[in-house]
Design a protein around this ligand. Structure first.
Ligand SMILES: Nc1nc2c(c(=O)[nH]1)N[C@H]1C(S)=C(S)[C@@H](COP(=O)(O)O)O[C@H]1N2
Ligand SMILES: [Mo]
Length: 319
């Protein structure tokens, strides 16, 4: 299977001898990624040893940790264990089927209850908003998790640009519909295109990003390239991939999983170890790459940043 992950370009002049010491900061500078502006990214440079024989990406990034000190998942696992039903329901099968999927050029249309509706190309968004590194935990509703070093920018920056009107209360996201490239979309089992939604204040929270890359490189097709949403305190299915439409609405948008099984997948779907899925417990999870299970954290460990959004809500009712 071809690895569609494009390694970060490091010039050979930067790797002079067998043992070269480079800081993570220098690494991402070389990669053209602006690092360090996120409060969640540790500012301490991680000094690592690289050698000629070891692939530089994994050598450097194996030292990356989130703000809780959790190591990032390997690029192999992140890009070869995916949920992406437009391609297949087999997690190991997505990467192969997504090999020919065109992720560039890519446009996103932002419209609805806004003063300045507009279509943006991902290239323009990258130039305009200077994506930064965000290391986030991703907790799938099925009970597994990863730690992913995304490259992205706050969705709030894009929403500011189009000026939501006072009536706008929700944001609806829609995935591209290309059944010729996405075999799963030829089957009417699911109500394509995939749709998701957030309340406007959730969408404006600084944790909510649009990702344009991972591991300092491009965003692989299987992870949602051209561009995807990442909402780290919610179950993974809220983080919709391959987004082409973002609509500001007054009413709560319908979402794919909530439409199919409203009793199992609520609109909010905040990670919550105290609210079980009707068919399984949500109190623990398996971190990909580990054997034993670990406790699931309320709001996936981001309570400090987001708990205030739900102060007046009963999370057992509004799950
Ligand atoms: N369009 C679309 N977005 C999607 C999905 C999908 O099937 N289609 N799966 C979701 C689920 S269930 C999860 S856990 C994450 C997985 O993201 P990853 O494969 O990049 O780890 O993507 C989410 N976004
Ligand atoms: Mo998921």
């Amino acid at each position: 299977m071809k690895n569609v992950f494009k390694p970060v370009p490091i010039t050979s002049s930067e790797i002079t001898s067998k043992n070269v010491y480079i800081s993570r900061r220098d690494f991402f500078k070389a990669a053209g990624v602006i690092a360090g502006s996120s409060a969640l990214v540790s500012c301490a440079p991680n000094i690592v040893t690289t050698s000629d024989s070891a692939p530089i990406v994994s050598a450097v990034t194996q030292n990356l940790k989130d703000e809780l000190g959790e190591s990032v998942t390997t690029v192999k696992d992140i890009t070869n264990f995916n949920n992406y039903y437009e391609f297949t329901v087999s997690k190991e099968g997505v990467a192969g089927l997504a090999e020919k999927f065109q992720t560039s050029p890519w446009d996103v249309e932002v419209y609805g209850l806004v003063n300045k509706p507009r279509k943006f190309s991902v290239d323009d968004l990258v130039k305009k908003f200077q994506p930064e590194e965000r290391i986030y935990r991703l907790r799938c509703v099925e009970g597994w998790s990863m730690v992913i070093p995304w490259v992205g920018f706050p969705l709030a920056k894009l929403l500011e640009e189009v000026e939501p009107t006072l009536d706008a209360r929700y944001v609806r996201f829609e995935t591209v519909f290309r059944p010729e490239e996405m075999p799963g979309q030829k089957q009417a089992v699911y109500p394509w295109p995939y749709q998701e939604g957030l309340r406007l204040d959730e969408a404006l929270n600084d944790l909510t990003i649009l990702a344009t890359g991972l591991y300092g490189g491009e965003l692989p097709a299987q992870n949602g390239g051209g561009i995807r949403l990442v909402v780290p305190w919610k179950y993974g299915f809220k983080s919709i991939k391959a987004v082409i439409k973002i609509e500001l609405t007054s009413a709560q948008p319908s979402t794919l999983w909530n439409t199919i099984a409203p009793n199992e997948y609520g609109f909010y779907s905040n990670v919550n170890p105290n609210v079980d899925h009707p068919r399984w417990s949500q109190s623990t999870e398996r971190r990909i790459g580990e054997v034993s299970r670990r406790d699931t954290l309320l709001f996936n460990g981001y309570a400090e940043q987001v708990a205030h959004l739900y102060e007046v809500m009963d999370l057992k009712v509004n799950y």
